[in-house]
Design a protein around this ligand. Structure first.
Ligand SMILES: C[S@@+](CC[C@H](N)C(=O)[O-])C[C@H]1O[C@@H](n2cnc3c(N)ncnc32)[C@H](O)[C@@H]1O
Length: 263
């Protein structure tokens, strides 16, 4: 179904992603990557697979006008959303596997929840190291295994029970096994660096908002009919009720691997 393996979304899904997914699931990790790379004023920074721009714009807010920031992504819809936020960041349509920059041209390379979707992950990692200057920092975030992300696992089960095994979207968790991630880093020529597992918190306004975001803010939005979405919403109200608080909001713990190295 859809473009789940490569994480390619429609223009409309990019807007829903930015408005609902980013605050619910992705935004909190920006501060973690910024801290891990010890960014400083005057640095030149690249956000690889920047999506709708949350990480690059967070870097801009923290470092201000003295730094130079580039965000690259292969999805024009995501970049269009990012461009509405600021012109202070250079937003470019480019593939992570072929970064259009000179060797050693960045002080820091950041990549948040993108690596799992790259077709040639080793090339992308080699590219990230190539554009990094000696002594510069690389930080990458990927989802931990589904079994360590209970809310996301419950959402996956719901989709599979209604739409069958082929509805399973395991791409986001494909680097959740630390050994798999370490092997990929090693085969890409990255021998040093630490993988730290951090816990986070997902927050949606309601079960309905959670399901709507999953259905309309990612790769399946075109594939899902209104009738299917209704079915999903109905079943979610019972199957996901354990994640609902008294006030109707939804919260669950998340788990993410952060890889950090210096060149
Ligand atoms: C889950 S989103 C993460 C976006 C953003 N980093 C964030 O934290 O919100 C994954 C992004 O990877 C991008 N992507 C997938 N394959 C890519 C590739 N080969 N080169 C560049 N971007 C890619 C998708 O277009 C999508 O915007």
């Amino acid at each position: 179904m859809g473009e789940s393996k490569t994480g390619q979304v429609s223009d409309e899904a990019a807007r829903v992603y930015d408005e609902f997914y980013v605050p619910a699931l992705f935004e909190e990790w920006c501060a973690v990557l910024v801290e891990a790379t010890q960014l400083k004023k005057g640095h030149r920074i690249i956000d690889v697979a920047c999506g709708s721009g949350i990480l690059a714009t967070t870097v801009l807010e923290q470092l201000g006008d003295e730094c130079s920031i580039v965000g690259i992504d292969s999805n024009e819809g995501m970049l269009d959303v990012a461009r509405t936020k600021t012109a202070r960041i250079e937003w470019r349509n480019a593939s992570a596997e072929s970064l259009p920059f000179e060797d050693a041209s960045f002080d820091a390379v950041l990549c948040q929840f993108g690596l799992m979707y790259f077709e040639y992950r080793e090339h992308a990692l080699q590219e990230m190291m190539r554009v990094l200057r000696p002594g510069g920092s690389l930080a990458i975030a990927v989802w931990d295994k589904l079994e360590n992300n209970p809310g996301l696992a419950a959402e996956e089960r719901l989709w599979q029970e209604l739409f069958g095994e082929e509805a399973a979207d395991d791409a986001p968790y494909s680097l959740g096994d630390k050994q798999v991630l370490r092997r990929l880093l090693t085969s890409s020529g990255i021998a040093d660096g630490e993988i730290i597992t951090r816990k986070g918190r997902a927050r949606f306004a309601s079960i309905e908002s959670w399901i709507h975001t999953g259905a309309k803010g990612w790769t399946e939005d075109d594939a899902m009919s209104d009738a299917q979405l209704d079915l999903l919403l109905q079943k979610a109200q019972t199957d996901l009720v354990s994640f609902e608080s008294d006030d109707g909001t939804v919260e669950f713990s998340t788990s993410v691997h952060i890889f950090v190295t210096r060149k």
